[in-house]
Design a protein around this ligand. Structure first.
Ligand code: ADP
Ligand code: MG
Length: 265
């Protein structure tokens, strides 16, 4: 199981490892960029809290290719490659949050969210009602060589809330209601705060459509859903790289993950 040293403690690690142990899997946390690590010594390498890859995506993917050449990598590098850049949203083949991919000719929306295609934890993500300001922010990302994404702000994230569905080896494990990250007072910590929730049938249908379109092994998949103002469920993000898994929020979650791992290795 990999982690990084730069972005702080992964508070799900010990819970996951203890359930692996109970399933006969001897797991260890190893820094993904530890030059001394011998990945070929493991039956599998599970990507976990590598939250510092955002600024080093190429290095991370090169690392992942190297690991996959000597052992089983979960999720596989083909998944990591596509999933670390949100332009994958254009090719999912399911409804996603309406997104304008340039700094020019912004649609008329009451409120905007501007974010880079390569990000996590709402980094460099801004909310504004000012169309010119949104265009400026998108242009600044573009000038820095980053792909901007401009979206309407969906205020249902503050009422019904974003729903994250967790699947381990494609089997539904649990779902949570997320806290809004762009509401006043939100902190990075809100990224890992949630309440257990039963997903609606239309959300389960959409999540399963997304999974069916991915022809690779998936130890873990987190499908983040919101709704448009007419109620249509849409994907805001598909987390297949280093998702926080909300393992402490459901009694069976950590056991479900361990079982999925035994099935795949
Ligand atoms: N269009 C949007 N409308 C409302 N909230 C948004 C929107 N885009 C992002 N957010 C908020 O910002 C958070 C992070 O954005 P997201 O697209 O999930 O990227 P990441 O998690 O990779 O930073 C979301 O969980 C949500 O709270
Ligand atoms: Mg997200």
């Amino acid at each position: 199981m990999t982690f990084d040293d730069a972005t702080g403690q992964d508070d799900e690690r010990d819970l996951a490892l203890s359930h692996w142990q109970a399933n006969g899997i001897e797991g260890r946390a190893v820094r993904w960029d530890d030059p001394a690590a011998d990945w070929s010594a493991y039956d599998a390498v599970v990507v976990r809290s590598v939250w510092d890859y955002i600024d080093r995506r190429e290095e991370f993917l090169t690392w992942a290719r190297g690991v996959e050449s000597v052992t089983r990598l979960l999720n596989p590098v083909a998944v990591l490659e596509s999933n670390t850049d949100k332009t994958y949203l254009r090719d999912l083949g399911v409804p996603t949050v309406p997104t304008h991919w340039s700094a020019h000719d912004l649609p008329d929306w009451p409120e905007y969210v501007v974010k880079p295609a390569i990000s996590a934890g709402a980094r460099d993500t801004t909310r504004t009602t000012d169309r010119d300001k949104a265009a400026e922010l998108a242009a600044a990302l573009q000038a820095a060589g980053r792909q901007p994404m401009v979206q309407p702000y969906l205020d249902m994230v503050e009422s019904e809330g974003e729903t994250s569905l967790l699947y381990f080896n494609r089997r539904f494990s649990h779902a949570v209601r997320r806290h809004p990250m762009l509401a006043p007072g939100a902190t990075f910590d809100h990224n890992a705060r949630a309440e257990l929730r039963t997903p609606a049938p239309d959300q389960v249908d959409l999540a399963e459509k997304v999974l069916a379109a991915i022809p690779h092994a998936l130890l873990y998949a987190r499908i983040d859903l919101v709704r448009l103002s007419d109620g249509t469920p849409v994907v805001i993000e598909l987390e297949l790289t280093e998702p926080y898994l909300f393992l402490r929020y459901a009694p069976d979650a950590a056991a479900n993950l361990a079982r999925a791992l035994t099935e795949l290795v």
